[in-house]
Design a protein around this ligand. Structure first.
Ligand code: F3S
Length: 386
């Protein structure tokens, strides 16, 4: 990869050890993928924040790196942490976990990264425009940025996104290049989609069985997806290796796709039913202990729907911090807890002795069962609330 003079100086250590390490990572990545050069990015989204997922080794690594840097090269935000530090104690999370989580956040903020702690940075002020180059980690935000916003990012790891955050650059390869953003297969939807959970189930089914860039379209026409549907569907697609999709009439690069010669797969009632069956691991007839909404973090519209539902179920509603600040005073239902900065997957719910959970997100269903060992009821929001 060709470097300019400034980049060569950083690599030689002129700005200190921390920035040299960041440059070494980007150069290694660029060389691996045969990138021609580095390009500027307008923002980064850094993952690897929850103590549950990065552990002691991750904490030491970040602390060590943070001692050698004094700020980022572009707008940089953080993924959800393991707990909301303001409420973790009262919710009963172990003190040691809370302490370690605090140290992680402190290390990142010391580097200049904003502690937004949400996987929907685009709902919290980190909103790239069409065609913007960015370097985001966390698969659901990556796929939303590429597909719905038309921004350009590879699926970064926590480490490469952090390197990009410090330097404001990323290697030019993969989804930054026009030719790699084209649809590679078509999905014909031959069923009426009822709500976000159906889109999420469809995303899960396609993401588990196919690779590449799908182009979705309704076989017999039909009402298009909402932004919340696309958010849920993208997160579930990205449980597999898919980092971009097109949706006829709904995403900005769909109209320019050439679909001739692409294979077409069908999504029918049968595949939808199979996806629900696969993700429902709680015995039928059993009630989940609590319902967790907001994977990815809920939009204002989704959150208001929960608050206005008059439900008597125990609900944990995961939202970006700004949304929590806006809605907390409106919440008169004691059964609903509005939580920011974390989520049902990266939070150590198992340490609270919770054994079952109800969700309307295929991604949350998959990881709650496979990562946290919880039994899951996966249904639409309306059905869960009833
Ligand atoms: Fe976000 Fe957690 Fe789901 S990070 S996408 S709410 S698993």
């Amino acid at each position: 990869m060709k470097l300019n003079e400034d980049e060569r100086e950083i690599l030689a250590g002129k700005r200190g050890k921390g920035y040299r390490k960041a440059m070494e990572i980007l150069v290694a990545l660029g060389d691996l993928y045969e990138a021609e050069r580095l390009i500027p990015v307008s923002s980064t989204q850094v993952s690897g924040v929850s103590f549950k997922t990065i552990g002691e080794a991750g904490l030491e690594f970040i602390k060590d790196w943070s001692g050698d840097v004094q700020g980022t090269g572009c707008l940089s935000t953080l993924n959800p942490a393991g707990v909301d530090l303001d409420t973790a104690k009262e919710m009963g999370f172990p003190e040691d976990f809370i302490k370690k989580q605090g140290e992680i956040i402190e290390a990142y903020t010391g580097m200049g990264i904003l502690p937004s702690c949400t996987c929907t940075p685009y709902l919290a002020g980190n909103l790239p425009g069409f065609g913007d180059h960015i370097a985001w980690a966390e698969s659901s935000s990556v796929i939303f940025a590429n597909s719905v916003l038309g921004a350009r990012t590879n699926r970064e790891s926590g480490v490469s996104a952090l390197a990009s955050a410090l330097l404001g650059k990323t290697p030019l390869y993969g989804l930054h290049l026009e030719e790699n953003r084209r649809a590679t297969f078509v999905v014909d939807i031959d069923i009426q989609m009822e709500d976000s959970a159906d889109y999420s189930a469809m995303g899960f089914h396609i993401g588990q069985n196919y690779d590449g860039i799908p182009f979705f379209r309704f076989k017999g026409g039909g009402e298009g997806p909402t932004l919340d549907d696309l958010k849920s569907m993208g997160a579930a697609l990205a449980v597999g290796s898919i980092s971009m999709f097109h949706f006829q009439g709904a995403t900005p690069e769909a109209a320019t796709q050439d679909l001739e010669e692409l294979i077409t797969v069908q999504f029918t009632k049968k595949e939808l039913k199979e996806a629900y069956e696969k993700l429902n691991t709680l015995e039928s007839g059993e009630e989940p202990e609590l319902i967790a909404i907001g994977c990815p973090h809920a939009s204002l519209k989704e959150a208001l729907k929960v608050l206005e539902s008059k439900t008597d179920k125990i609900i944990w509603l995961f939202v970006p911090r700004q949304t929590k600040n806006l809605l907390e005073a409106r919440n008169t239902n004691k059964n609903i807890k509005i939580i920011s900065d974390t989520c049902m997957v990266v939070s150590p719910l198992e340490k609270l002795d919770i054994k079952s959970i109800g969700v309307n997100s295929a991604k949350a269903a998959f990881y709650s069962y496979n990562l946290s060992g919880l039994k899951v009821r996966f249904l639409s929001l309306d059905k869960l609330l009833k």
